[in-house]
Design a protein around this ligand. Structure first.
Ligand code: SF4
Ligand code: SF4
Length: 65
């Protein structure tokens, strides 16, 4: 069974747009896209993602606890 695509954020408050996930992705599966206010948020390409979860590991917001 295929693993789930990682969820980088549910709500925008859970992402500061630091681009660390974008930078770390070994498959270049993440693109940064601006929202309607021009703030950049990561978007994962489901086809390209190999579910390595490096993007989750590197995210400063998910790992600040
Ligand atoms: S799980 Fe791995 S391949 Fe998928 S978006 Fe995150 S870093 Fe990229
Ligand atoms: S690493 Fe986390 S905070 Fe940074 S852009 Fe990616 S999801 Fe947002």
């Amino acid at each position: 069974m295929q693993k789930d695509k990682p969820i980088l954020f549910d709500r925008k408050e859970q992402c500061c747009g630091c681009t660390a996930c974008f930078a770390v992705c070994p498959k270049n599966a993440i693109t940064m896209k601006p929202d309607e206010e021009g703030f950049m948020y990561p978007n994962i390409n489901d086809e390209m993602c190999i579910r390595c979860y490096k993007c989750i590991t590197v995210c400063p917001i998910k790992n600040k606890l």
